[in-house]
Write a protein that binds this ligand. Structure first.
Ligand code: EPZ
Length: 415
């Protein structure tokens, strides 16, 4: 098990190329199995979730090759439609393979993905939509079996703009007969990236980037070469690091459009933001100003950066208020921040944070983004912070230590 050690009170300075987006590359990898040939993805992040998804695709019969940040997926020999239990449970988002496998093979087996520490994360919206497209889905002892004689386009209304359910529907409708009209689709940038990839593969999609999508299914989809966009949540994480530690940094390959209201929130909290053709520059002097944020589906404030804001409020001059409306269990990091002296009161979906000083402590990463938030807290704490269970962080960050070291942070990993 590896531990990350962070020394506080070192400001950050420099520039950094942001890795490819975890939440974009995973559905793009799923889309690759719709083409009976080779698909190439550039700017792929070398993270645990990508390695896990590669393992799952290989168990289905695909040939995956990751050279540097370029991934080629040859899905010609995809013969198996059974998502392995280990990979399926290790990564919740494997559930979006259901739609892709139904589109490709008219059948799929998947294990009911476990919930994780940020909430129960049910998949009822996924299953209901796939049934409306014509799949018959049975569950036996935690194993889902979905089958169809050929999916048929239909009209689907999502009661909540679920990112994963939207992606599953897109991947299933891509191979369905006829047209699917999806109301209430998620509008996250990663969904739009998937739409554009499917469009380039031959699926006619109208309404990209909106909550109303019209998908014209195609039996034979082409391959292609695609670019994974910069990871907006990693950009937001490192922008928060600059705000916590002070300094100035330019984040290349990050899209201001994808960062939606994150940049305006950070400006309101006292950061100076400069946008140019290279990316986004964030600088900060002094302590963050108090602010109030409610998370929500895109273009609202992303839940994945909620714990980073909690840290910024905890070290800010006037604290702040958070309301988490997406996942019911995403305040777990607060109890770790308490060990560092943070003054945080949690009441249901709300967190009331009083600004103050943090001190280094031994804390545990509870989940991917919570772990990253503890690293950022360590940058603004007095003394050394030890973060254990940082395998969670490796699921989404290529090398958080190397990235922050390159900006001047005193941080290292100890195995
Ligand atoms: C995606 O998860 C992201 N993961 C999450 O990022 C992100 O936090 C989330 O979208 C919201 O933006 C990937 O893209 C791999 P949802 P997903 O379905 O698809 C409820 C990270 O740290 N819901 O939009 O699982 C669900 O319980 C991860 O990178 C149902 O009730 O999110 C939650 O409360 C964490 N039934 C809400 O919807 C369903 O069938 C949003 O979930 C599906 C979802």
């Amino acid at each position: 098990m590896s531990v990350i050690l962070v020394q506080g009170y070192h400001s950050l300075k420099g520039e950094l190329e942001i890795q490819g987006s975890k939440n974009a590359v995973l559905p793009m990898m799923a889309a690759a199995i719709l083409h009976k040939g080779t698909t190439v993805l550039h700017h792929v992040p070398r993270i645990q979730d990508v390695f896990c998804m590669m393992g799952i695709l290989e168990s289905l019969g695909c040939v995956c090759r990751l050279e540097g940040h370029t991934l080629s997926i040859d899905a010609r020999e995809l013969t198996c439609c059974r998502i392995p239990e280990e990979g399926g449970k290790a990564m919740r988002s494997s559930i979006i393979l259901l739609g892709a496998l139904l589109g490709r093979c008219n059948e799929a087996f998947a294990h009911y993905p476990g919930g994780c520490s940020i909430g129960s994360r049910p998949i009822d919206l996924h299953l209901r939509a796939l049934k409306e497209l014509g799949a018959v889905i049975e569950e036996d002892d935690g194993v889902l079996h979905a089958a169809s004689t050929g999916l048929s386009g239909t009209v689907i209304h999502l009661s909540y703009p679920s990112v994963g359910a939207t992606e599953n529907i897109l991947l299933a409708a891509a191979g369905a007969n006829g047209t699917t009209v999806l109301h209430g689709a998620a509008r996250e940038p990663e969904v739009e990236v998937l739409c554009r990839m499917l469009g380039a593969m031959g699926v006619r999609i109208r309404g990209m980037g909106t909550e109303l999508l019209e998908i014209q299914g195609e039996k034979t989809l082409g391959g292609g070469v695609f670019e994974v966009p910069g990871d907006r949540i990693v950009t937001g994480t490192y922008a928060a690091a600059v705000m916590a530690a002070g300094g100035r940094a330019l984040f290349r390959r990050s899209s201001p459009r994808h960062l939606g209201c994150v940049l305006s929130t950070m400006k309101s909290m006292g950061a100076a933001i400069r946008i140019d053709q290279d990316g986004v520059e964030v600088s900060m002097e002094g302590r963050t100003r108090p602010w109030a944020v409610e998370t929500g589906p895109y273009p609202g404030f992303p839940t994945d950066l909620q714990s980073l804001l909690m840290v910024l409020f905890a070290v800010g001059e006037g604290g702040g208020y958070l309301k988490e409306t997406v996942f019911e269990g995403r305040f777990a990091t607060a109890k770790e921040l308490h060990k560092m002296g943070a003054a945080i009161i949690i009441e249901g979906k709300e967190a009331f944070v009083t600004g103050g000083q943090l001190r280094g402590a031994c804390v545990r990463s509870c989940d991917l983004r919570g772990g990253a938030a503890l690293v950022v807290a360590g940058l603004a704490a007095d003394g050394e912070t030890r973060i254990t269970d940082c395998h969670h962080i490796d699921r989404g960050y290529e090398d958080i230590c190397k990235d922050l070291q390159s900006l001047g942070a005193v941080i290292r990993r100890e195995t």
